[in-house]
Write a new protein. Structure first.
Length: 72
């Protein structure tokens, strides 16, 4: 009976490991890596776009502040 239990544990462990390996192999496929890199670049572009817009807004505010402080 003990052997049967250990055989069951071994089979279940093997199935678990094979599923995990299959999932990891799929995650590391060239298509998945390409898609992931593409999404990362899109996120990076969006971050740059937002940063530039915020910098321009801050620049306009500072310029207006400086112009207001100048004597006329």
């Amino acid at each position: 009976m003990r052997r049967l239990i250990w055989v069951g544990v071994g089979v279940a462990g093997t199935v678990f490991v094979l599923r995990w390996i299959r999932k990891q192999r799929q995650r590391m496929s060239p298509e998945e890596i390409g898609r992931s890199v593409g999404e990362g670049l899109a996120d990076f572009r969006q971050l740059i776009r937002v940063s530039l817009a915020e910098g321009r807004r801050a620049m306009r505010e500072k310029e207006a502040e400086l112009r207001a402080s100048l004597p006329e």
